[in-house]
Design a protein around this ligand. Structure first.
Ligand code: BMA
Length: 367
């Protein structure tokens, strides 16, 4: 009788163990969850350094395999790679900065395959007058949100984004995880989705619809979302004016060129990042200085005396996950120095610090 009971008990245990094991398999993490965990786990250890269009072109080169201005100066690739989607929504083969979308796809996949993280910005053309994101002649947001006259056309634009971003596949067949940072700098007035061209409620409706549609209708569970106003706030309340809600945002950030300009106020930049970081800690989110830089590296010591000082602040250093500088287009402007530029030595000194991470630092930390 006792033997029999023991057998039944063993059988019962095996069933339980098998069920739990099966459950574990079925609860595979999404790309978004994995990415968020990666960004959470580096908190306090390192701040990832990022560069827009890093692998596509730089000073005196274009589409050269393996080339990167950050690598040329600092010896390694950035850990974060920024890309721009503007033009995709109208079916263009190249983005508004002439980067072919096919090339972007293969470079981003390569970056991801090598352990880097990709982030996408989007400066779409207006559906109302066909002009670019900086044209504020006509109202746009009101017409493209749910209930607006151009809402269906807007959905077709999102469809194009989804087809493209869902086509980024890793070697193991999984969709490539990435950060999406739409509708940034909304507290400024230079974009048609900016503060003077829509109400905060309209903006939130735009942000929420964009994310809901891509996630729920297009299955984009590989995407983490960044909220990144510019730096025109001085309190948490002001910072959250355009915030679509915690359920829509994974990364809270700030773009800030202004406070770090020549004659700018580094302390103001630190204070604002502390507001962002404070919110992150309250809500268990990730924080980032989503864009910064000085045009043409006109301030030679910018990397050590401006950005470097901001990222050394103890609260910032203990919490910020990444920062990114803008693109190096020799015909327009550049934000990272090239070998021989007087700012190169300072950029290298900044990047050589233990808490500022390039690609290899990130990869090593995850071994
Ligand atoms: C701006 C400039 C533009 C570019 C746009 C989108 O800051 O660099 O030349 O078209 O970003 O990438």
């Amino acid at each position: 009788m006792k033997m029999c009971f023991n057998k039944i008990y063993c059988l019962f245990l095996m069933v339980v163990i098998t069920t739990v094991a099966c459950d574990d398999q079925s609860e595979e993490k999404t790309g978004r969850q994995e990415l968020i965990e990666r960004l959470q786990s580096i908190k306090g250890k390192g701040i990832l350094f990022g560069h827009q269009d890093d692998l596509a072109y730089g000073i005196n080169w274009k589409y050269v395999d393996g080339q990167s201005d950050v690598k040329r100066v600092a010896g390694d690739y950035p850990a974060l790679f920024g890309w721009e989607l503007g033009g995709l929504e109208r079916g263009d083969a190249c983005n508004l900065d002439s980067v072919p979308f096919d090339v972007m796809r293969s470079l981003a996949i390569k970056a991801s395959q090598n352990g880097g993280i990709n982030t996408f910005s989007w400066h779409p053309y207006s559906l109302i007058n066909g002009e670019n994101s900086w044209n504020t002649d006509t109202t746009v947001v009101k017409y493209i949100i749910p209930g607006g006259e151009y809402h269906n056309e807007f959905i077709r634009q999102l469809d194009k984004l989804a087809v493209f971003l869902n086509s980024f596949q890793m070697e193991d067949g999984k969709k490539m995880p990435f950060i999406f940072r739409p509708w940034h700098e909304m507290d400024g007035s230079w974009f048609w989705w900016g503060s003077k061209h829509c109400t905060s409620d309209e903006f939130k409706a735009l942000f929420r619809f964009t994310i809901d549609y891509l996630k729920n209708e297009k299955g984009m569970d590989q995407m983490a979302i960044a909220y990144s106003p510019d730096c025109s706030f001085n309190s948490l309340n002001e910072y959250l004016t355009w915030y679509p809600g915690d359920e829509y945002v994974d990364i809270v950030g700030m773009d800030n060129y202004y406070d770090l300009r020549v004659g700018g106020d580094v302390d103001a930049a630190i204070k604002k990042l502390q507001i962002v970081v404070g919110y992150t800690n309250q809500k268990g989110k990730i924080s980032a200085l989503t864009e910064s830089g000085i045009e043409n590296v006109a301030d030679t010591t910018w990397y050590t005396q401006k950005l470097g000082v901001v990222l050394k602040d103890s609260l910032v250093a203990a919490n910020l996950s990444y920062t990114m500088v803008w693109r190096n287009d020799p015909d327009v402007h550049f934000f990272f120095p090239y070998p021989g530029h007087p700012g190169a030595v300072y950029a290298k000194e900044f990047l050589d610090q233990d808490h500022i991470w390039l690609l290899n630092d990130l990869v090593e930390s995850e071994k």
